[in-house]
Design a protein around this ligand. Structure first.
Ligand SMILES: [Zn+2]
Length: 265
């Protein structure tokens, strides 16, 4: 059983029946979410119950929720996602000119922006976001606003969770994906749906500098890095997917491996 306590703590109480009667155990979790602590949670523990917003006692900062902050855009943009919580972080910047206002509704303290890659639809509003919030900027390839260069295997704190950086080139040669115990940000490597496929698609590789072979390898690496506990896929385009994310990755992999044009003439 989990109880919310004082607005910030989770108290776990287990009652065991033994020969000696009832033994009550309790464990409380507060403060920063560390990798060490994460390992103690059972596999079905949910860090981010979909659609729920929690506020701490000060009422200033939400516990982690993930908001699709480019949803209201009318122009072409990638999906940009704001993870609130301990370390408010934006994954991709997008090209929606209302993105700063949308972020401001959730936090005035954006600590970091992580770019999955630097195609124009992912970085258009980066400058405006940096001017408004002065966040750290994580990007694999060079960029004038970059402050950190994440490498494959690095760990990044996003919201309340710890994410592994997975280098996933093919669609773009600077592409990284981010995976935690519950969540995958896949950028344009794997998307749930697009004009080509409905339930497991992959980024285009038909333009100069792109490679289907590299992309296929990257999806394989993503599958290796994604635990079975991951239940939400936030991709750079298309819908957010809740469910068995590994199955979506497997379908995307199988389709990419056909080596057929994604968009036949
Ligand atoms: Zn792209």
């Amino acid at each position: 059983m989990f109880f919310r306590f004082n607005g910030i703590s989770l108290i776990k109480i287990g009652v065991h029946v033994s020969l000696f009667g009832f033994i009550v155990t309790s464990e409380s979790h507060t403060g920063r979410y560390s990798t060490q602590r994460r390992k103690k949670f059972p596999p079905n523990w949910r860090a981010n119950p979909a659609g729920r917003h929690h506020f701490d006692r000060r009422g200033k900062r939400e516990r982690m929720a993930i908001h699709h902050v480019t949803e209201a855009a009318e122009n072409f943009t990638c999906n940009a996602y704001l993870a609130t919580g301990d370390r408010p972080t934006l994954v991709d910047a997008g090209t929606f000119d209302g993105v700063v206002d949308t972020i401001s509704k959730h936090t005035d303290d954006l600590e970091a922006v992580v770019l999955t890659h630097q195609h124009g639809d992912h970085i258009g509003e980066l400058e405006g976001i940096c001017a408004a919030f002065d966040p750290e900027v994580y990007a694999y390839a060079d960029h004038p606003l970059r402050t950190h260069s994440p490498k494959d295997g690095d760990t990044l704190d996003i919201g309340d969770e710890s994410f592994e950086v997975v280098f996933t080139p093919g669609h773009a040669d600077d592409h990284i994906s981010l995976v935690s115990e519950t969540t995958l940000f896949s950028g344009d490597v794997v998307v749930y749906n697009d004009g080509a496929f409905e339930d497991g698609s992959f980024g285009r590789t038909d333009r100069p500098g792109q490679s289907r072979e590299q992309l296929i390898e990257s999806i394989g690496r993503l599958l290796e890095a994604t635990p079975e506990t991951v239940e939400t896929l936030y991709a750079g385009h298309g819908d957010v997917f809740h469910g068995d994310v590994r199955e979506v990755l497997e379908r995307a992999q199988e389709r990419a491996e056909r080596r057929e044009p994604k968009y036949p003439e």
